[in-house]
Ligand binder design. Structure first.
Ligand code: ADP
Length: 504
């Protein structure tokens, strides 16, 4: 079994309390790795190391190009370690081979992108309207400081890169807390980081439980920014924590995305797109297209084709290249998903496929749930409003464009959505009306590293990826430089405001 310690100030060390815990293979139930159970004392040390690396440098003061070169070096190391990362991710998270391979490849690519972005201009001159001609003005973007980054288990490597990439490119230092379900993947990344040219203390990695290590990190007074991806419930809690000392915060939270199929859509393409939207990674994606809105005119035809194709989805060993759908990440997650399915049945939705754990003996050790389709769902039902994070899709009927938009927006979430139609003008019009951070037209789940990603409403705050992500890791400073020749320092506005008439 693999064993890992914490990464603090460039050294691998045991937790101060000496405690450990195990991660579990969701396909077999066997242990995968034994890792340190970081707690408050370890968080304190990690934050102190990050503080020192920020205050004493050199990291925040290196040129952007130099930081970028080091990040590109990490990207190359991820690529070189990809075979091991892929197999570990399959083992620890239940990701299918295809998903794990894609994720590791994208992680290296995303880190390389932030390496390039690190070299962008961080100062911009502007002309002063108050003292034109006698002053120079500079707008500078500067790193925020120590960033606490708390990530989930569904994309254990890519979520780490989406957080580390922009934070480091901008010159911050970090304490990363991976999810308790997938600590080994994060610690393999920590090994890569420790072997890279990053100075000690710039990235510290603390494995542990959310309510222990995570909470201690979010509460720490010397943390300047919290960046979190996970449930809306914990996101709200962290925003409360951040309010005590006005920590900067970005949140990437839940979703209940509407996938809208109009009557003029290419039906086969839309069916395949809807399967991918709902069932990719067993539905464990915050962007999952879990509300399938179908136009009345194609409703029955679409459901019959969709169900037929969903029946062909192959559940199995996630390590087998032909497996489409692996287990859920944990027993807890499997139970949660099954309880939502029961709620759907109780509230009167009609389950036309799945609705339970599979019965095949070879899958009995894994935390599987069958691809599940509910039809005739009312948008107010629990299964249409709550994020389930499993392979469960709710099919909802609509008759007009206005109704489709109203239903899509009738949600506390606003992360993503999609439109399937061959009418480009209509698709664009509807896209602008959806209250969501990403809208795909005739596509799903496609995320570009250059495009900002994040949510409207309770799906989050701020953006990841793209230049916007880098902005989220900077403070803005205005520097006004007065020309020494200008000695009139008394009320400077007297010289720019038109003099008022003197009383007679
Ligand atoms: P999920 O239910 O999908 O596991 P969570 O929001 O609970 O989602 O977890 C996402 C991340 O947040 C994990 O790294 C977890 O350890 C961490 N976490 C959970 N609870 C807290 C908390 N109270 N404070 C800080 N981090 C937490």
């Amino acid at each position: 079994m693999r064993k890992y310690q914490l990464l603090i100030d460039g050294q691998f060390v045991s937790a101060a309390g000496g405690q450990t815990f195990e991660s579990v293979n969701p396909y077999t139930g066997d242990p995968v790795a034994r890792v340190a159970r970081g707690q408050k004392a370890d968080v304190d040390k990690a934050v102190a190391a990050a503080r020192k690396a920020f205050d004493e440098g050199p990291w925040p003061r290196l040129s952007g190009e130099e930081r970028g070169r080091i990040l590109k070096g990490i990207a190359e190391k991820i690529e070189a370690a990809s075979a091991d990362l892929v197999s570990l991710m399959i083992e620890e998270s239940g990701s299918t081979y295809r998903k794990a391979k894609g994720e590791v490849w994208l992680s290296g690519k995303n880190m390389g992108y932030f390496g390039k972005l690190a070299g962008r201009e961080t100062t911009k001159p502007i002309e002063s309207l108050s003292k034109p001609g006698v002053s120079q003005n500079l707008i500078a973007r500067e790193p925020i400081g120590v960033c606490a980054q708390i990530i989930p288990w569904n994309f254990p490597l890519q979520m780490a890169i989406w957080k580390l990439g922009p934070a480091l490119a901008a010159g911050n230092t970090v304490v990363l807390k991976p999810a308790e379900e997938t600590p080994a993947v994060a610690m393999e990344l920590a090994k890569i980081i420790a072997e890279s040219e990053l100075p000690p203390g710039v990235v510290n990695v603390i494995t542990g439980y959310g309510e222990e290590a995570g909470a201690a990190l979010a509460e720490h007074p010397d943390v300047d920014k919290i960046a979190f991806t996970g449930s809306t419930e914990i996101g709200k809690k962290l925003m409360g924590e951040a309010s005590h000392d006005l920590k900067r915060i970005t949140l990437e939270l839940g979703g209940k995305s509407a996938n809208i199929v109009f009557a003029d859509a290419d039906l086969e393409m839309a069916v395949d797109g809807a399967l991918y939207a709902a069932f990719f990674h067993s539905g464990q994606c915050c962007t999952a297209g879990t509300r399938l809105l179908l136009h009345d005119g194609i409703y029955d035809r679409f459901i019959s084709r969709f169900t037929e194709k969903a029946k062909a989805i192959r559940l199995g060993n996630p390590g087998d290249k032909g497996t489409d759908l692996g287990p859920l990440v944990s027993k807890k997650q499997q139970e949660r998903v099954l309880s939502y399915i029961e709620a759907g049945k109780k509230e009167g939705a009609r389950c036309v496929l799945g609705g339970k754990a599979p019965e095949q003996p070879e899958l009995s050790q894994g935390y599987f749930v069958e691809p599940t389709i509910f039809v005739d769902v009312d948008n107010t039902m629990t299964i249409a409003q709550e994020e389930i994070f499993g392979p469960v899709v709710s099919v909802i009927r609509f008759k007009t464009d206005e109704e489709a938009v109203r239903l899509a927006n009738q949600s506390k979430y606003g992360l993503a959505g999609a439109i399937w139609s061959q009418d480009a003008e209509k698709a664009m019009r509807i896209a602008r009306k959806l209250r969501a951070g990403t809208v795909w037209i005739n596509e799903y789940h496609l995320i570009s590293e250059k495009a900002p990603f994040g949510g409207y409403k309770q799906s989050g705050l701020g953006r990841e990826l793209g230049e916007d992500a880098l902005d989220e890791y900077t403070e803005i400073k205005h520097i006004h430089i007065d020309e020494i020749a200008d000695r009139s320092k008394k009320f400077w506005y007297d010289s720019v405001v038109a003099p008022s008439p003197q009383p007679a």
